[in-house]
Design a binder for this molecule. Structure first.
Ligand SMILES: [Zn+2]
Length: 511
């Protein structure tokens, strides 16, 4: 027999099997038993909460030849026909597909005919909000004068997109997100029937990741079993899902709340090197921060990581305090929309963590050290300030600059130093090339330049340099050396034409 996904294999077959939708199941049971099934239903709710499963159970229950109370028997000809997916009188339409639109178009004609084999024709229209206006109109005509032998079930994740004229002719049910405990318990029963070993922390983790969708939970479990074999531990589960394991989360959160910037970046590096996914790490951190906060006030809930991880988080929670955890949490939550807009998730995470350090970042590079060897073999001259505005020393101006900048841009300077201030050129050296690159992005660069001009003088220019590497492209006006300009194809051409061997190149607007 071909492999059947766990989701299909363990799909609910009776109202009594539905997980987390007790009120809906009970109302439908009553309707079936009392012969008061409506002509049209609207099932609303996020994906994977049991909408189409419930619709199929309802189809069986009203067609079953040997019903037990409200429950379908599962073995009569009608139940078997519906279960096999071959019933001509159970019409499932995916409104999101092109075919769905055609099907709705001739629905008005076909709906008149009596069922071929079942007692009642059932139309299940999935993603019903995707129907076109034309299709909704056709459907509305049918709903206004519903034939006695037809039941419609419209399922949707976006009920607000269903026209009121249609919705008002349906009995509406709102399917709730299924709670984590119920998903974990259901996964446990599947694991037992499949005779595979998956430890309870793994099941709790999957349930959490499913976010209220039983289908997502079962699909994840299916993937894990097919990749991970017969025995899954929580460490292996984390590894297979590309998640940060609890130890990593605890270590990372510890160094962040201790304010150790270098160790924080080191932990992140190790995570990336192991092939970890940034978004999963952020999600894991959010969970760990939540747990640290709860444990610090003496509360432990079902989503706890458990064991040594929880003990570590409790210590962190007590040491860092609620405000620090809350601000870190908010910072991480604010990342998501930025990442969706195309921001570099990894850089953003680094900046978010660094900017939320509860204590100052230890400075590992001496700030504005006088006359030391610097980038590119040049000598750094002790910052020589112009007369205006020269009230502040270089250190004070550097601090003022960091404070003047918006948080996100300012935090990029955390591990940077003021390398040189000379003749209006403000040279900033970054410890991490990635931070220099991020600062190099247009909007950040402009923000920085504006602040530099306020603090270092209106004619200031900015040059960014990264770590050991050569200076990054200077901003705002790139100043190229004569050598690099001489390599320009246009300049070469000009030099050939004029038979020039020694050309002095003066950048535009200067000299
Ligand atoms: Zn039956």
């Amino acid at each position: 027999m071909a492999y059947q996904t766990l989701y299909l294999k363990y799909r609910s077959q009776r109202f009594g099997d539905l997980v987390g939708q007790d009120a809906i199941a009970q109302t439908l049971r009553n309707a079936v038993e009392q012969g008061r099934v409506a002509h049209a239903y609207l099932f609303c709710g996020v994906r994977g909460t049991g909408k189409t499963s419930t619709a199929r159970i309802l189809a069986k229950a009203i067609n079953c030849l040997d019903r037990r109370g409200a429950e379908p028997c599962g073995v009569c000809a009608n139940c078997v026909e519906i279960g096999s997916g071959a019933a001509v009188d159970l019409i499932e339409i995916d409104a999101a597909s092109n075919r769905g639109i055609d099907e709705i178009r001739d629905l008005r004609e076909r709906v008149k005919y009596l069922p071929a084999t079942l007692k009642v024709k059932v139309y299940i229209i999935d993603e019903a909000h995707m129907l076109t206006t034309e299709a909704f109109n056709a459907l509305l005509k049918t709903l206004e004068e519903p034939p006695a032998h037809v039941v419609f079930v419209l399922a949707t994740t976006e009920p607000h997109k269903i026209p009121l004229t249609v919705a008002s002719r349906c009995q509406r049910f709102d399917f709730r997100r299924i709670d984590t405990g119920a998903i974990a318990a259901h996964l446990a029963s599947i694991v037992e029937q499949e005779q595979v070993k998956v430890d309870p922390p793994s099941l709790a983790l999957l349930a959490r990741l499913a976010r209220g969708s039983m289908r997502d939970g079962i699909t994840l479990l299916d993937q894990l079993i097919s990749q991970g074999g017969e025995e899954l531990t929580v460490q292996k589960t984390h590894e297979l899902l590309g998640l940060a394991d609890p130890d990593t989360l605890v270590r990372l959160l510890a160094v962040v709340t201790e304010g150790d910037g270098a160790k924080t970046l080191g932990e992140l590096q190790r995570f990336y090197d192991a092939g970890g996914d940034v978004r999963q790490l952020v999600r894991g951190l959010l969970g760990a921060i939540r747990e640290a906060a709860l444990l610090s006030v003496g509360y432990q809930d079902a989503e706890s990581l458990g064991g040594a991880a929880s003990a570590g988080l409790e210590r962190i929670g007590r040491a860092a305090g609620r405000n620090a955890l809350l601000s870190l949490w908010k910072g991480l939550m604010e990342m998501e929309p930025e990442v969706r807009k195309g921001a570099d998730a990894r850089l953003l995470l680094e900046v978010t963590l660094l900017s939320n350090m509860t204590r100052p970042v230890p400075v590992t590079v001496p700030v504005a050290a006088p006359t030391t060897e610097a980038v590119g073999g040049e000598r750094v001259i002790e910052p020589a300030m112009d007369a205006e505005p020269a009230m502040l020393g270089p250190d004070a101006r550097w601090d003022a600059l960091k404070q003047r900048l918006p948080k996100m841009v300012g935090s990029l300077l955390m591990d940077a130093r003021l390398a040189e201030v000379k003749e209006g050129l403000v040279r900033i050296e970054f410890r991490y090339p990635a931070h220099a690159e991020l600062m190099q992005k247009a909007s950040n660069r402009e923000t920085l330049l504006a602040a530099v001009r306020e603090i270092f003088g209106a004619d200031s220019r900015v040059e960014l340099a990264a770590g050991e590497k050569k200076p990054a492209t200077p901003a705002p006006a790139p100043v190229r050396s004569a050598g690099s300009i001489a390599d320009d194809p246009l300049v070469k051409e000009a030099m050939n034409r004029f038979d020039a061997t020694n050309v002095r190149v003066t950048p535009r607007g200067r000299g």
